[in-house]
Design a protein around this ligand. Structure first.
Ligand SMILES: O=P(O)(O)O[C@@H]1C[C@H](O)[C@@H](CO)O1
Ligand SMILES: Nc1nc2[nH]cnc2c(=O)[nH]1
Length: 291
């Protein structure tokens, strides 16, 4: 694949994406319909997958490498609640130095493999003062801060086979799946920690200053993180149905008298404590959704 895209281009061609997908599918007996991207410390969902085939990213030509602790760098194929899934145990972030198109490129590969529904999970900082650490927030909408400032994942030449030049994003997160997830959460006894809100993406890797957190709040954001939005935008562009969920691993500081440092270790620690709950909700959602 000598002509593969470089940092300055707008991404892999349609043919290159098809070729990457075809190559990956030679490593598995499964034909996934649901794609799941696991957030920081949330890869344990892969342990619930039955009859699994695991492929390291390093085995896949043209696939980026995971460089962040809590992101293992593996694709896991198998059955989750009887449905054929592919999980990314480790995602790519803009702050790792990857261009936006590369961050979201696996979503196009998933679609080329036959995926029709994308589930994105992440660890996020709570901005809404009514939230608590450990809450689970269904993403109702997002703010693409990098996109609004000129780093939209879809910038560059558009190939209509991926999607339209000017995609609408008003309904990126599927209402039916959000309602089903809410119902499942209540049935599982998580009604008291279940929230719904707006996720804002920042480029990272710095956690927010107090002034920045206050600014993000005035924008109407309920939670902040460093991922998810490019993946969801590419999914919407490609006509995939998307569900997004954030684990609130820390509360951002909105008050100069209560300044505290967020750390990635803290994010992973809360992930370790609450990942099981998130996994139950997501696996039940997969089990009950129509594909
Ligand atoms: O991959 P996600 O968005 O879950 O990771 C979050 C955001 C940063 O990558 C990291 C900060 O601790 O966790
Ligand atoms: N930007 C940001 N990303 C996070 N990911 C997990 N927690 C946070 C946070 O507080 N801020």
């Amino acid at each position: 694949m000598a002509s593969m895209a470089d940092m300055s281009s707008s991404g892999y061609s349609y043919e290159e994406i098809q070729s990457i997908a075809t190559n990956i599918l030679t490593h598995t007996k499964h034909q996934p319909k649901v794609g799941i991207i696991c957030g920081s410390g949330l890869g344990g969902l892969a342990d619930m997958v039955e009859q699994h085939d695991t492929i390291n990213y390093s085995q896949i030509p043209e696939f980026p490498a995971s460089t962040v602790p809590g992101h293992e760098g593996k694709l896991v194929f198998g059955l989750l609640q009887g449905k054929a899934v592919v999980l990314m145990r480790g995602r790519f972030h803009y702050y790792e130095g990857y261009p936006m198109w590369k961050v979201a490129m696996p979503v196009r590969v998933m679609k080329a493999m036959g995926v029709t529904t994308l589930i994105v999970t992440n660890a996020a900082g709570g901005i809404n003062p009514d939230f608590n650490t450990g809450d689970i927030m269904i993403i109702k909408d997002h703010i693409d801060l990098p996109g609004l400032t000129g780093e939209c994942v879809l910038i560059g030449k558009n190939d209509r086979r991926f999607g339209p030049r000017f995609p609408a994003t008003v309904d990126t997160y599927d209402e039916e799946l959000r309602n089903l997830a809410k119902q499942i959460s209540v049935e599982l006894g998580y009604g008291n920690i279940m929230r719904e809100g707006v996720y804002i993406m920042i480029g990272g890797p710095t956690f927010e200053t107090v002034a920045e957190s206050r600014l993000l709040r005035t924008f109407g954001a309920d939670a902040v993180g460093m991922s998810t939005v490019p993946e969801a935008v590419v999914a919407k562009h490609g006509g995939l149905r998307t569900f997004g969920v954030s684990l609130i691993t820390d509360m951002v500081t909105l008050d100069y008298d209560k300044v505290r440092n967020t750390t990635h270790e803290e994010v992973l620690e809360v992930g370790r404590r609450r990942a099981g709950d998130l996994q139950k909700i997501v696996s039940n959602l997969v089990g009950q959704m129509t594909v």
